[in-house]
Design a protein around this ligand. Structure first.
Ligand code: FA5
Length: 342
């Protein structure tokens, strides 16, 4: 039996030396350790070995079995490492010295218009602020004079998170933070992504951009508000645009206005982009409500201010003649490649 075991050990050593793939290794494993394999057969044959030799023979076979298993495991690792090295060698290396291709990407039109607006407002002394997308009830509603159970909450369908926070429905959510950060006087714009749990159509998305503006100082009046609105729009379009101002209700303004733009897609005749009205709600605005100033730590007896909430995504629609707002979120290269990069 001992001779038989030694011969098998030599044969295994010879055969594993020739193995160069995982498949060959698996075949070898089955040939030695499988149900009908050489080592398994030796164990089965133990019953024919005389009793006095059985113990030693059993130990010798088990030692061989362990050696075979260890050698197969080691070989598996070797083959895996060799395959990995071959893949790395064969991989095409990035060569930074090669000339760049002709094709290049472009900025999203919302980014382009946002940057235009930032430049316009920066030139008028406004700071540009960034704010979170996940906010709390106080930021989005309570600090804006919208207490719990106020019916105005129904004006915006909100995505609530399981931890009680919510996805910002309006950039106005940053007003209180900005007031507390700077105090009065202040001039700031804060663009940002907003989310509303509402059905989509040609002029409504559930994810869209707004740009809030806030100016607080002594003696700020509605005429200042109208001046900034007009300047902003004529600068963005590079020409005067037809707008109308009408009364609007927002708990955080007193008084409040709706600023609509004459639909640039149909020239005011009426089309799906403006819901056949010829006008599109673009930039609601108003004088900041005294309660909101007070909540932001600013004395409404001393300071007044205006705020606006520009529908940035809708402005992009109007500026570039995009008929359906959903195209701007589609990520379609066909849409995006029409806009030049800078
Ligand atoms: C507001 O969000 C107010 N926070 C705006 C405001 C700020 C008023 C400061 C007064 C003072 P409103 O819900 O109307 O208001 O949204 C403002 C603008 O965002 C709209 O006029 C529109 O241009 C845009 N907008 C609103 N909902 C959507 C939507 N689902 N898809 C695309 N644009 C939208």
């Amino acid at each position: 039996m001992k001779n038989q075991i030694d011969a098998l050990r030599l044969r295994f050593a010879d055969e594993i030396g020739k193995v160069s793939t995982q498949d060959e290794l698996e075949t070898l494993r089955v040939a030695f350790l499988g149900k009908k394999g050489e080592v398994t057969n030796l164990l089965k044959n133990l019953r024919d070995v005389p009793n006095e030799e059985k113990k030693e023979a059993g130990q010798l076979i088990n030692t061989l079995k362990t050696e075979v298993e260890t050698a197969i495991a080691r070989k598996t690792d070797e083959l895996r490492e060799a395959a990995l090295n071959a893949a790395i060698q064969g991989a095409k290396r990035y060569n930074p010295t090669l000339p760049a291709g002709e094709e290049h990407g472009s900025y999203h039109p919302i980014t382009l218009v946002q940057r235009d607006l930032e430049e316009i407002f920066a030139s008028m002394g406004f700071t540009i602020e960034d704010y979170a997308e996940v906010v709390n009830d106080y930021q989005c509603f309570e600090s804006l004079n919208i207490p719990p159970y106020h019916p105005a909450r129904d004006m915006q369908d909100t995505f609530y998170l399981s931890n009680g926070q919510l996805l910002k429905t309006q950039t106005s959510a940053a007003q209180n933070h900005i007031m507390k950060k700077y105090g009065a006087p202040l001039r700031a714009i804060f663009p940002g992504r907003c989310f509303r749990n509402e059905a989509t159509d040609a002029c409504h998305e559930n994810t869209f951009f707004q740009m809030e503006g806030l100016m607080i100082d002594r003696d700020i009046s509605i005429s200042n508000l109208i001046y900034f609105m007009k300047t902003m729009l004529s600068e963005v379009f590079g020409r005067p645009v037809n707008v109308r101002l009408r009364p609007g209700y927002f708990p955080f303004t007193e008084p409040g206005f709706e600023l609509d733009i004459n639909c640039e897609i149909c020239g005011g005749k009426g089309c799906p982009s403006c819901k056949n009205s010829g006008w599109l709600e673009l930039c609601p605005c108003g004088m900041v409500h005294p309660n909101v100033l007070r909540e932001g730590g600013i004395d409404p007896e001393e300071y007044t201010g205006f705020a606006f909430g520009l529908g940035l995504t809708r402005l992009v629609m109007m500026k570039y003649g995009v008929k359906d707002i959903r195209d701007l979120n589609s990520g379609s290269l066909k849409v995006l490649s029409q806009f030049e990069s800078e």
